[in-house]
Design a protein around this ligand. Sequence first.
Ligand code: AMP
Length: 572
Amino acid sequence: MSTLFRTLAELCEKLEGMRKRTSMISLVSEFLKSLEPDEIEPAVSMILGRALPKYSEQTLEVSWATLSEIIRRTTGVDWKVFTDAFSKTGDIGAATKMVFESSGVKRQISLFERVLTIKDVRKSFEAIANAVGPGSREKKERLLEALLSSASPLEAKYLVKIIIGEMRTGFHEGLMEQAVSEAFHVPLEVVQRASMILGDIGVVAATAKVEGKEGLLKVGFKVFRPVKLMLAQMANDVAEALKEHGGKTAFEYKLDGARVQIHKEGEVVKIFSRRLTDVTESLPEIVEAVRRNIKAESAILEGEVIAVNGRGHPLPFQHLMRRFKRVHEVEDVASTIPVKLFLFDILYLNGQSLIGFPYLQRRQILAENAGEIPLTKQIVTDSVEEAERFLKEATDAGHEGLMAKKIDSDYVPGIRGKRWLKIKPTLPPLDLVIVAAEYGYGKRHGWLSDYYLAARDAETGEFLTVGKTFKGLTDAEIVEMTKRLKELAIREEPRRIFVIPKIVVEVAYNEIQKSPKYQCGMALRFARITRIRDDKTPEEADTIQRVREIYESQFSKKGNIWLENRDKALKG
Ligand code: AMP
């Protein structure tokens, strides 16, 4: 018997009203026990607010603008019901439920009304995610409309919460691990370990149901099954990284290439990309180098592959990407775009997992087993000055910046934590103008706390958005800013207002990227407001031409080598 989505929605509604963790865990555990094996992963993902499994590379790509339009269409309700409910609760799901309730009889009961099961909902989500390319927006809309028109108010509440990825029941992944342990009588440590290796508690839960403790114990590193990557967070500068890591850390060159995870057993070598797809065929000379140099019988290694010119100098990332795209013409491209591997970690060696070893020890083992393959250049230091010199050395040599790795840290698969930090050289701050703002979530739900930042086009006078941020202002400043922006409103949407460009803010950021998101084709990464510039008028703010200049300087900064050699490399 297929389980109804309604049952899952009712469960979440109960969780939302509960405080006691042990009761929440028991409730979810009972629910998990009642499910069929193929319902477990989808149900676990949905309870955690994920439409698709964690390992999936896909996303729904549905904006709130689209979703709200469909709710409006499906219910035919005056939107004021939504905005009123939202300003009372600050919760999009709860407000959606009220809209569905007040639509009542007005809502056409479709002839084909179906009772939604958990599996139906997952299938719809997959179809929505699969709709890409021309006409995909319409297709996504049709699928969403079909889904929502078969939903009751309570189901709609949780469908919307899952779609926007904001469950807010307080039932997080850690509690889910406990529920899985309780439901299938498997010790919590066994669940946690499997969850770390597989990187998806949904899959772990399904394995626990079918194969029990034995099945989970078998989960281990297997050569040729890619392991989720450990990821890094951003640090603003080397001093912050040192502080975060307790005063001393391992700094390494951050190379601007492609992350590779290399698996070797006997003579067989496979290479996986950052997305864990098999790219072995694209990198024949790396396979060869690994065969020649790595003497271990079996190993899982990580490193970065960068494109280099004839003299071994690094080339921009785009060149490397050409290698991955042309699997069929590899030989041809290999001769024009040579690549080089630098190793930085080892996860597994001759049957033994090393991920629980402290980083410096793994690095030592790596050095002993790498043969002639170079490791990323590294220093271990507690000195800000030394770290700054090292950062300059890295960028002067044409690299992106530094990584800081906590010296006693495990390798933690699938986690973007603070044990690894990335540091890029700072770029000059920009004075930008706020042109629109969105309401925040949680305690900020009544405040305009997320700001669209624009630069002036010196040629047309138009303000063009280059970024968005909710970072940098204090609560008091946000309250004040909300008041000022409301007075400048030109157009209002339920969650967003557009304003007359008037308020100038100083913005720090880590990078300017090429991006189709905004009309100007560029976007600031990790933007944060550092000051409100009431002393400046919008006409005095920075121009889009200035933004472009900084964007371009990023490349020349990476080394004149880059520019110098780019054309040569392209010509072969
Ligand atoms: P980001 O992609 O900006 O999150 O930065 C993390 C990425 O930097 C990793 O996934 C690697 O591809 C890359 N990287 C470059 N050099 C290193 C290094 N020495 N250690 C770890 N990652 C590195």
